[in-house]
Design a protein around this ligand. Structure first.
Ligand code: ADP
Ligand code: MG
Length: 700
């Protein structure tokens, strides 16, 4: 199987240079190995031939299916881009239209009216016309070569236009598999295949493309999913074991003046039980002599920043410098202000470094870092630039991990001979199985308790017709002296329109909420303008903040009790949850109003209603993942999976993830460096998988 990675797809029978080129650019398929790992997304029964009558009568949703009959006539309609060929098709029971937008001339040459064909495709209704767009059309003899279940492959529009169909891919793969008469060497360790009773790789590859029975297909899918997840788990575990065993960490055994001073004199409230527990876990790590890599998950408002600060104080007590990194300038600034305020009384030296720090200030910071007088450096990515040199950086906090990839974490290690302890904080709770995979090389702590006195944010769903009532509610909050956020979506593809609606919203708000002052913030404003607006809202001068999602990360205005989210149907659940976390930070009860247009799908409605029924970030994250798939959850695409999954699904294959994790642990116990002779082939497969795809450019 490994040798297939050098087998150029151009030389696979049935492909050739032209197809090879387009398969490469469209499907990233370059070798025979890629070809065999291009898995079907569905299987269809070609042993059954349907009738047009039954489809017409049913009027339901149909998958791709097979019909047998003749074309009565052909017509070319339209011009230019909308030119299309329409073939009126009948099987004697009823008629439907076959429609082609591309390859018309070639089709006219190949297909004649009156001749019998087997056609294959997905019937759809276009107004009152039943049609199949771009069906496959074959003489009956050709169709009979592929009886039984047939695989359906993912394609792109461009491939379809170039007449590369699912069937083309299928027949190339079938031909290739038939031409190989030696079985593929298994890529999993033999002990693992045996213990778990997995199907061999050879059988799995053959059955995934040409299933011999539903049971065989199931086994093949399991085997191939397991394989992907096993690579990932083995890779993660090896990395974390290596780190734990070999990488020394700074010893920070003391609790000293900074920590105590802060704890007894500055802490404005009692820590929650969860905060205490997590601080203890971190303390155990930094006293172990090994380098810490720990993820702290905690819902919005659970008090992660405070935990981070107290741990940094521990590091400072032991003579080390620390830094805290945030993904955006606004967030970095806010952290800087929070920490400066909290620690003002104890005289801690805290500095802020971002892309817009002036040269003069920057020189001062450089000096302070080198001579060790700066205790905490708060900043953006600017902090990990090579020219930033610390005297003795011992502890690093990264906020909002999902925008901060593995590669950047690795860069930090270069900042001192012994790598600093790394604490990653994320407010996006992610389901456990996903965490196990994407953060598999980190230890995980969870702050699963909110500070006391927080009242859950009351969330309601409202439609455009109810806007007046919503405005009255907002007015009441303003009159009671509270502040209000009004949030608009902003996505790149829609940027112009979105910017227009947020500015219009701003103007409307100014009219509606007179005499209260309204501020506006969106991602296209200059940083200085943005800061000025934020400042007006934070100081209480402005009562309403109309904003795009820039406020998602980190803004803390306890007096803001209401958030209105416009076009809520366009947001993901986790994003709504993050946004909602901006209110309910003070002692007063607070509200989140999800505004939506009336016409939304049942699914969307279900999503929005979930938001109104729970405030548990984990429940929301699970639901989000189930509904949208893990790829969509913000950041998972960037969180450093070593390669793209082709068949396993992080949302649905939780059980296989567990199975792979356990198997990887047992396997590495028996062969920690993967050097036993029998595991040779696996070692090479793993190395090929992981190196082939280490594309750090994905991480921004
Ligand atoms: P997170 O970063 O987890 O979203 P923050 O650290 O920003 O949460 O904390 C949210 C708010 O709660 C801050 O105003 C913080 O001062 C406050 N806070 C943190 N811990 C506690 C606590 N134990 N008791 C009361 N308030 C707390
Ligand atoms: Mg925070």
């Amino acid at each position: 199987m490994l040798s297939l990675q050098n087998f150029d797809i151009t030389y696979v029978k049935g492909i050739g240079p032209q197809k090879a080129k387009i398969l490469g650019s469209e499907l990233n398929m370059h070798t025979a190995y890629d070809l065999l790992h291009h898995y079907p997304t569905a299987y269809i029964d070609r042993s059954t031939t349907h009738t047009v009558r039954e489809i017409r009568d049913n009027r339901g949703e149909y998958p791709q299916l097979q019909l047998r009959g003749r074309f009565v006539s052909f017509n070319v309609l339209g011009e230019g881009a909308s030119m299309r060929l329409i073939g009126l098709f009948t099987d004697g029971t009823a008629t439907l239209d076959c429609v082609w937008f591309k390859g018309i001339r070639e089709l006219r040459r190949r297909i004649a009216a009156g001749t019998e064909y087997v056609i294959f495709g997905k019937p759809t209704w276009f107004r009152d016309t039943l049609q199949i767009t771009h069906p496959e059309v074959d003489p009956p003899e050709a169709a009979e070569h592929a009886p039984g279940v047939r695989a359906v492959y993912p394609l792109t529009e461009k491939l379809r236009q170039r007449n590369i169909s699912s069937r083309t891919i299928h027949s190339v793969i079938v031909g290739f598999l038939k031409s190989r008469n030696t079985p593929f060497h298994d890529t999993l360790p033999p002990s693992v295949v045996q213990t778990l009773g997995l199907m061999s790789l050879d059988e799995a590859i053959r059955n995934i493309h040409i299933p011999r029975s539903p049971e065989k297909l199931e086994q093949a899918r399991l085997r191939l999913k397991f394989e992907e997840l096993f690579y990932i788990q083995t890779d993660m575990l090896m990395r974390s074991r290596k780190r734990k065993n070999a990488i020394q960490g700074f010893m920070m055994p003391h609790v000293g003046r900074w920590f105590n001073d802060f704890y007894y004199n500055c802490l404005p409230f009692e820590l929650t039980g969860a905060q205490k527990r997590v601080i203890k876990e971190i303390r155990a790590d930094i006293m172990s002599g090994r380098q810490m890599n720990r993820l702290v998950q905690g819902d919005v408002g659970s008090g992660k920043t405070l935990v981070a600060l107290m741990c940094m104080l521990l590091a400072i007590d032991n003579g080390y410098q620390t830094c805290l990194m945030a993904p955006t300038e606004i967030l970095a600034t806010q952290h800087f202000e929070t920490i400066s305020q909290l620690a003002a009384k104890i005289g801690l030296n805290v500095k802020l470094l971002t892309g817009s720090t002036r040269a003069k200030q920057r020189r001062l910071i450089d000096e302070g870092l080198r001579d060790g007088s700066i205790h905490i450096l708060v900043g953006t990515h600017a902090v990990i630039e090579d020219k930033v040199v610390f005297r003795n950086l011992g502890f690093v906090v990264i906020d909002e991990q999902h925008r901060f990839g593995v590669a950047q974490r690795a860069k930090l290690w270069k900042k001192s001979v012994v790598p600093p302890h790394v604490l990653v904080m994320t407010a996006t709770p992610i389901p456990r199985t996903l965490a196990m995979t994407v953060y598999g090389d980190l230890d995980v702590s969870v702050i699963d308790e909110l500070p006391p006195g927080r009242k859950p944010v009351k969330t309601v769903l409202r439609f455009d017709e109810q806007r007046e009532r919503v405005h009255k509610g907002i007015m009441a909050q303003l009159e009671a002296g509270h502040q209000v956020y009004i949030v608009y979506p902003l996505v790149e593809e829609n940027e112009k329109l979105d910017l227009r609606s947020v500015t219009e919203g701003y103007e409307t708000a100014q009219d509606t909420f007179k005499p209260y002052e309204v501020a506006l913030v969106h991602g296209r404003m200059k940083p200085a303008e943005k800061d000025a607006s934020m400042q007006r809202f934070a100081s209480g001068q402005a009562s309403v903040l109309v904003a795009t999602t820039v406020i998602e990360v980190g803004v803390n205005v306890p007096n803001a009790t209401t958030m209105v989210i416009e076009n809520a149907e366009r947001f993901g659940l986790s994003q709504l949850h993050q946004l909602r976390g901006r209110v309910g930070r003070g002692a007063d009860s607070s509200h989140c109003i999800l505004m939506s247009k009336h016409q939304i799908s049942a699914d969307t409605r279900k999503r929005l209603e979930l938001m109104t029924s729970t405030t548990d970030g984990f429940v929301i994250a699970e639901a989000d993942m189930e509904m949208r798939g893990p790829g969509d959850i913000e950041g998972t695409a960037q969180s450093g999976l070593p390669f793209e999954l082709k068949i396993a699904n992080l949302a649905r294959d939780g059980q296989i993830i567990h199975m792979a994790r356990k198997a990887a642990e047992a396997f590495l116990d028996s062969d920690p460096t993967i050097s036993l002779y029998e595991n040779n082939y696996f070692a090479r497969a793993l190395a090929a998988m992981v190196s082939r795809s280490t594309d750090w450019s994905r991480i921004s």
